[in-house]
Design a protein around this ligand. Sequence first.
Ligand code: CMX
Length: 468
Amino acid sequence: MSLFRITTSRITESHQKVLSSLSVVLRAISADSSTDLKAVLSKKVPAEQERIKAFRKNYGASKVGEVTVEMMYGGMRGIKGLVCETSVLDPDEGIRFRGYSIPECQKLLPKAPGGEEPLPEGLFWLLITGDVPNEAQVKALSKEWANRASLPSHVVTMLNNFPSNLHPMSQFSCAVTALNSESKFAKAYSAGVHKSKYWEVVYEDAMDLIAKVPVVAATIYRNTFRDGKGIGAVDPTKDWSANYTQMLGYDSPEFTELMRLYLTIHSDHEGGNVSAHAVHLVGSALSDPYLSFAAGLNGLAGPLHGLANQEVLQFLKKMQAALGEAPSDDKVKEFIWQTLKSGQVVPGFGHAVLRKTDPRYTCQREFALKHLPNDPLFKLVGQVYRIVPPVLLETGKVKNPWPNVDAHSGTLLQYYGMTEMNYYTVLFGVSRALGVMAGLVWDRALGFPIERPKSLSTDLLMKQVAGK
Ligand code: CMX
């Protein structure tokens, strides 16, 4: 009871911690314990629609920021122009999924028997409902995704006929586009479904899509880098990540644990990043979830976004080839400066929103410290982590000199034998399906309209702000 007597002016950091743990407990108690995710959502959607309707009615004219000329030319950085329910990115603290930080998710979300990392199924449940799921709910999701995993034969044929020199991300995006033959939303739309029911069919597509992407991704891997045979069937008694690693052809339980962590932390990074925004934008035209996700994948395949994980490994390997396996700090520094002077970016460093080390980097570093502390490439990553930020700061223009998620992931994958760097962004894409599909279901549930911001020409802009 004494907790409730604390006055706001006297709330200390330790009070805040107690209150935040209390709110976690209260949220867990009030969470629906049904294992039927659609039924849980069916209760939440009307309440959320009402809450937002009232908010818009009362505060629709309130201002949330200003737009400057610099923002318009500067990639819309800092413009608050989107609503994304699933996660929020704090520049200093990093991502919070429905209010929970990565360490909190690692603690709270259900794990596989004997495992230590969260199951991505649990993260998806959290993203789409706002509730931390229990073990039964997560198990039900693993089973449901396994049961929805089959691919239509035309997609298998298409995958098997791609040339092996086609980048895995291009294969991925093409196959996801072709999967739209299965879209329940597209069929319902052409049959005249009422708009109040959009979210329900988008939910079906989202669940199918999440179930199918590991099969598509594993087929790409086996076709491109192995003999193309034996991806095997999805096992409904296994979790989503365990099925994926088995289809990829990896049998190390530690690799599967890495994959559970990897697929959890790459899932969502609020709404404005290129892949999430692309999915949201294309989905706003009522393109079905497959077409929308393919658009997101095409954005993710850019070197300034998801392809950076491939670029980082190439960069580290290039450095090792030039300087040896364990180069001196001075040599590494010189190599970084050469990169910058030749007009290239240092991949894996910097971020449009973050201003501190990415917690997704930190948790991968912790995984490495636990499982591969003496790996030479991990040591090089640690060395680069020490040397790059001061160099980037010295350039005087980089706003965030700290490492992002992509600075670390490839090193972990290499250690477990996944040396094919061109494949790394596909893993990112499989994970990103969780966040963007949860978001898309809510986009339709909340009736977001077609996205169409206003643009101006430079002449018009000059006239408006400078009168000439
Ligand atoms: N290396 C070299 N230069 C960098 C840099 C880096 N890692 N990060 C930023 N800069 C440069 C920018 O290119 C820009 O230069 P110009 O003014 O000459 O155009 C300047 O510093 C200012 O950029 P910024 O405001 O700090 O960063 P942005 O918001 O424009 O860009 C990002 C963010 C991520 C594209 C950029 O930091 C970058 O290119 N990083 C390397 C690629 C990378 O790791 N991307 C992955 C990000 C995470 C993800 O999406 O997966």
